[in-house]
Every structure is written in C-alpha cells, then in structure tokens.
Design a protein around this ligand. Structure first.
Ligand code: ADP
Length: 483
C-alpha cells in the first residue's frame, strides 16, 4: 500500500478513535452530572410528597385509595385554590386556568411503595401493583407516620432513570451537538492531515524519482527541496552524495583515460623503434638500445606508480613505521642526485637539525623526498640551486614540547608554481606545462603519490614561497602523539 494511503488510513483511525472516546467521555460525564442535578430536584419534591402522604396515612392507617388521591391531587389543589380565591363558585376561573394547567404544573411522575416495596400508587399507572426492587427503593424518600416507615415516595428520575421531556431533549441535543463537533473537528483534522501527508509524500516521491535516476546511472540527478525538516536534510545529503559520486566517477574515468594515454606513448615509441630496427632503418647499436632501455624503465616506473596509486585507493598502503633520522634521509636523497645535479650545472644541499624521537616509514619518506628533489631537478634551469632543509616541529600542541614532529622543505630556484596552480599540481596526471613536463619525463603522478604517503603518516605537503625564488614544498610529519 502507498505511504500516502497508509498515512491517511492511520489518520482516519486515530481521528475516529479519539473522536469516539471524547464523545463517550463527554457524554457520560455530562449525563451523570445532569442526572445528579435532576435527581437533586426530584428528591426535593419527593420530600414534600413524603410529608403530604405521611399525613394522609396517619389519618387513614392504610394506603387504600392512595392511587386515586395522588392522581386527583392536581384537581384537588386546583379546586382548593379556586375555592380560596372565589369561594365555592368556580365560574370565570376556567377561562384563566384549568385543572389541566395544574396537571401540567404538577407533571412529575410520582410513585408510592408501601412498607414491603409494593407499588400502591403510580401517577403514570405503569408499575402499579408491582414489587419495586429494594435497591431502587433506596433512592426514594421514606414516608413516616408515627415514627414508622410506612412507605417510600419516588419522583421522576427516581422511578425511571432515562431522561424524558425537557431533560430528555436537553440530553439529546447535547448528544447531537457533540456528534456535530466531533464530525467537524474530525473532518478538519483529516483534511489538514491529508494535506500534510500529500506534501510529505510528494517530496519523498521527488527524492525517489531522483534516486531511481541515479540507480539507472544518471549521476547528474539532483533534488530541489526547500525547508529545514528531515526530508529537506535528506535531500541535501542526497545532493551531496550524487555530487561526490559524480566527482569520483569523473576521477575514475579520467584516471583510466589518462593511464591509457600515458601508457600508449612509451609503448608506441618502443614499438616504433623495435620495428625500425627489424626493418633495418634503425641500427640496433648500443646507443639506440640504451635509449630503448631507458624508455622501458620509464614505462615500468609508470606502471609501478599506477599500482601504487591503486594500492592507496584500495587502502592497502601499509606503512612500516620506525625510529628514523630525517636529516640522514634528506642527505641520502641529496647525494642520490648530486651527480645528476652536477651534470646539469645545479647545486644541491641538505641541511638542518636532527630530530630526536622522529618516527616514519623510512623508505616511503625517502620516496617523497626523491619525488620532490627529482621535480626540482627537472624544472630548475642550469646554474640554479636546490636546498633540502630539516627542522623539528611543529609540535602537536601550540607551545608543547618537541615530540618528534618534523618538517622538511625542498626549495629550488626554478620557475616556481603560481598561486592558482598550487592545489591542482597534487591532482593525479596533472601537469602544469604538459610539453615541458613530458620532455622531462613527467607523468603528473609524483606529487599526488607523495601527498597520499604524507597523509597516510597523518601529515601533509603544502607549497610555500621559496627563498631561492622558485618552488618550495613543505612536508610535515606529526610526532608520536598523532602517529
Ligand atoms: P610530474 O611527473 O609531471 O613532475 P608531479 O606530480 O611530480 O608530476 O608534478 C605535477 C606538476 O607540478 C608538474 O607537471 C609541474 O608542472 C609542477 N611542478 C612540480 N614540481 C615543480 C617544481 N619544483 N617547480 C615547478 N613546477 C613543479
């Protein structure tokens, strides 16, 4: 069943239940209060009747003829009143009021039970001669004669608890007003509930349609839901999710395309050279074979890098953390490039302080430094210089003690990296100047791998201003507290 229908049914059930409950409760409490009120009035009248009937019994000594007395009471009173007013003549009085008017004035139903509970008089003649149950008689007012209980008078609600006449129509009209109010408020609640449900399920349907599109492969699907409630929050999360999926999908596509492109170039080169050698166009001498070998080395280096990136993406980059001396690793990196630097007319120096308590994966750290120095070598023109400097800190807490954290900066006097390129150079396959980078064997992967390794250590790499005028890469590795 659809959510909207289910909610509508639930609304209806709740409204029906609460409305019926309110109806029953309000009706029963008002009825019981009203009954108490009516009963109080009837008890007052019954007391008056009890006193009259008590006198009547005292005079006669039995209840014989009491039915006629009670039934004729309105007429007796009428005649006695008429007699009082006009003497024995009742002429003229009939015009103003009659015995009927009196009957109506004394319209209460009166019943009298004798001392055994038998009904000896009933103005409605309905229960005359029957035995009245003792528990009903308890409600009546005792008729006393010579300090003896000779009977019980019951008036109106004491005989028949159901409401009749004006009381009945009051209770009935109360009931119908209650039903009307219940129906009206229930209907209003239902309409409001339905509108709310529609709005909610409508927004869920939008989300559902967008999710369906994503499932079908359309990652550009986004939902436009305003507000501050949970559905709007869900929509915002959904949009963030599709944006992230789109970004990942684009990155994946770009990596596949770039990898294929990067692999194709050296393979084409090698293939062309080998085919030329087979055709005898290209002599397979030492120099040509050496350049061919160099190309295969570059190719396998690229494959290694791709595998390393894959390992990083799969979360398989496992570090072998141990105590290290960052200055020594920096010196090793410098000496590795000393000869090449000399050949290119560059100077390379490593300096700084030793950092007690430094910990890292020595091989991976060396890899980062080699990447940074190799880049500096590639992009710094002859006559330039490269500096590697090591220092302790920054400590994990400001003002904290040295805890083995260290910073290594690789600065050069090359062209540097413009501000707007500083984030992008860490992206995979990104090269600022493709032709220049390609000439120098760049594939745009070194910096992204270096950054991943630094991050795996809990550190990072940022680009700063070099005092030598070129680029400056600052590698920071945190201390024991964070490693
Ligand atoms: P590549 O193998 O192409 O050098 P990297 O990821 O190591 O790839 O570097 C990305 C890009 O950053 C390079 O193509 C280059 O444009 C720029 N770059 C890196 N290091 C330097 C540097 N020291 N001086 C100037 N540009 C640099």
């Amino acid at each position: 069943m659809k959510l909207a229908n289910r909610l509508a049914l639930a609304f209806l059930a709740v409204i029906f239940l609460s409305a019926s409950l309110t109806f029953v409760l309000v009706r029963s409490t008002t009825e019981s209060h009203f009954r108490t009120f009516v009963y109080a009035g009837d008890a007052e009248k019954a007391r008056a009747y009890a006193s009259i009937l008590g006198d009547w019994y005292r005079e006669r000594g039995s209840w014989a003829g009491v039915q006629d007395y009670l039934s004729g009471l309105p007429r007796t009173m009428y005649e006695s009143l008429a007699g009082d007013l006009y003497g024995s003549s009742t002429k003229g009085l009939v015009a103003s009021f009659s015995a009927d008017t009196f009957s109506r004035l004394l319209s209460d139903r009166v019943a009298l039970a004798d001392s055994e509970g038998r009904i000896v008089a009933d103005t409605a003649l309905l229960i005359l001669g029957t035995m009245h149950p003792a528990r009903h008689l308890e409600r009546g007012i005792p008729v006393m004669a010579e300090f003896k209980r000779v009977g019980t008078v019951l008036v109106g609600s004491m005989i028949d608890p159901s409401f009749t006449g004006a009381s009945g129509s009051f209770v009935d009209s109360l009931g119908s007003s209650l039903i009307l109010a219940t129906l009206l408020s229930g209907g209003l609640a239902f309409v409001l509930g339905l509108a709310l449900t529609r709005r909610m399920t409508g927004r869920l349907a939008i989300l559902n349609a967008a999710a369906g599109k994503v499932a079908a492969g359309d990652l550009s699907a986004s939902v436009d839901i305003e507000g501050k409630d949970e559905v709007a929050e869900l929509a915002a999360s959904f949009n963030r999710m599709t944006e992230e999926l789109l970004r990942l999908e684009e990155a994946r596509r770009r990596i596949i395309a770039d990898s294929a492109h990067e692999l194709r170039t050296p393979v084409t080169l090698i293939r062309g050279a080998v085919e030329a050698m087979i055709d005898g166009i290209f002599p397979p001498d030492r120099a040509n074979l050496e350049s061919l070998h160099e190309e295969t080395l570059r190719l396998s280096r690229l494959i290694d890098m791709l595998r390393e990136l894959e390992a990083i993406d799969e979360g398989e980059l496992i570090l072998d953390i141990g105590d290290i001396d960052p200055l020594e690793i920096a010196r090793k990196a410098a000496s590795l490039f000393t000869q090449a630097a000399r050949n290119k007319g560059l100077t390379i120096t490593a300096m700084g302080e030793s950092v007690p308590g430094a910990r890292a994966d020595a091989l991976r750290l060396g890899e980062i430094l080699q990447n940074l120095v190799a880049n500096a070598m590639k992009y710094t023109p002859a006559g330039g210089s490269i500096e590697i400097s090591v220092r302790a800190g920054p400590p994990a807490r400001a003002g904290g003690e040295e805890d083995g954290a260290f910073t290594i900066e690789v600065a050069d006097s090359g062209p540097g990296i413009p501000l707007e390129e500083r984030d992008r150079v860490f992206e995979r396959f990104y090269r600022m100047d493709r032709s220049r980078s390609r000439d120098s064997g760049g594939r745009g992967l070194g910096l992204s791998i270096s950054l991943e390794i630094a991050r795996a250590h809990g550190g990072g790499i940022e680009i700063g201003e070099s005092r030598l005028g070129g680029a400056l890469f600052r590698l920071t590795i945190p201390g024991r507290d964070r490693l």
